[in-house]
Ligand binder design. Sequence first.
Ligand code: SAM
Length: 433
Amino acid sequence: MSEHHTDVPTVNWLGSRLSVQVGPVAHGGHCVARHEGRVIFVRHALPGERAVVEVTEDNSGSFCRADAVEILEAAPERVTAPCSYAHPGGCGGCDFQHVAIEAQRTLKAQVIAEQFQRLAGIEVSVDVQPLEPSGLGWRRRIRYAVAADGTLGLRVHRSHEVLPISACPIGAPGVGDATALSRRWPGQDEVEVSVDDAGEVATVAYRTAPERPRAGQRGSRQRGRGRSRPVLVETSVQGPGSLGYTAGGRSFEVTAGGFWQTHPAAAQAFTDAVLAGVQPRAGDRVLDLYAGAGLFTAVLADAVSGGGRVLGLEADRAAVADAHRNLAGTEWVSVQAAGVTAESVAAAADSLGGVEAVVLDPPRTGAGRAVIEAILALQPRVVCYVACDPAALARDVATARQLGWEMAELKAFDAFPMTHHVECVATLRPAAP
Ligand SMILES: C[S@@+](CC[C@H](N)C(=O)[O-])C[C@H]1O[C@@H](n2cnc3c(N)ncnc32)[C@H](O)[C@@H]1O
């Protein structure tokens, strides 16, 4: 939501406490309230509640940010947060600990509908499907921050401040209660703990250096999402160098610290959704963009065997090396080390002599107009888009609609319970003439 009221007086409510009526949920883990002509994005609240909110961020624009610090009239979906770190000023990792789990999925469905309505002009109604475990104990990879005294913790919402913690209740066994939490990590900046299907735990410590400011950024204060990312200077691994997973009847090895779907049921649910969306046929030529360690490439391999090919593109070289290991023995499929661009998509399709289907699973920023245009220019039968951000998905679907495509199906999965995040799988087909 980004409304701009030009007639709003220049005020700054930072630190003020205001009594507000809380309105609908918005993308990003907060609800929308209005006060004296301004929008307030309120965390720790629920639609329909009356609350006293404390303003935590205000740039004197049309909106500011606040935490609900006192609930005057509670919504029926409100529960006591199971995590003691989830409260105003506390851990920024979870947004919906104060919401009953079924109601969390309803909020996510509302956000998806709002994003598609606003960004793509489509009315959608989707059930967000639960994955088990559906509340706590699911997160199989957590990147902990290191506090100044070397203890591990998680960051406060939209802040560099590290809140030391002794356990993270959404973490899977071995991760949320990692032994790494009980020692200090002097000289390190982040410590990522991951667990695999067999319960093996890998711990990767990262030492980083601040990114050199780009021209024009020098001296500017960076806050929230706009801050620059640190540059990796060193990693050290404790435990196994790679972790093992199964999905779609296949086994995968992923280098410690590499990408794998974090919820234990996600890889299977997403591969099922991709296969249902693509409906691959023997002999199909398929592109798997942003292929990671080869999850979708591998499950599509079996479906297209008998003359078909699958070609993945992936930018991370360690993931490409994992994919090569994971795809050994299926010489009709491969993953290339390449960034996904309009040019690399066209070149990959050329090398296959055409494509019948495209699967894409981009990072949070989505694929973007140029890549969507390049994909659709190949005139595949179907495109299956796996998305961790409904806003980026809706924006890219809008591009596809402008080019004569339609969204034939949309599925959504609660792959990140307690947070505002949600995974969508959209199937796109050429619109009927
Ligand atoms: C959400 S993950 C999906 C991986 C895989 N589909 C899976 O489910 O395991 C996104 C992947 O895109 C890769 N990536 C990010 N930006 C990229 C780009 N511009 N070009 C190619 N790959 C990229 C990341 O390294 C990561 O492996």
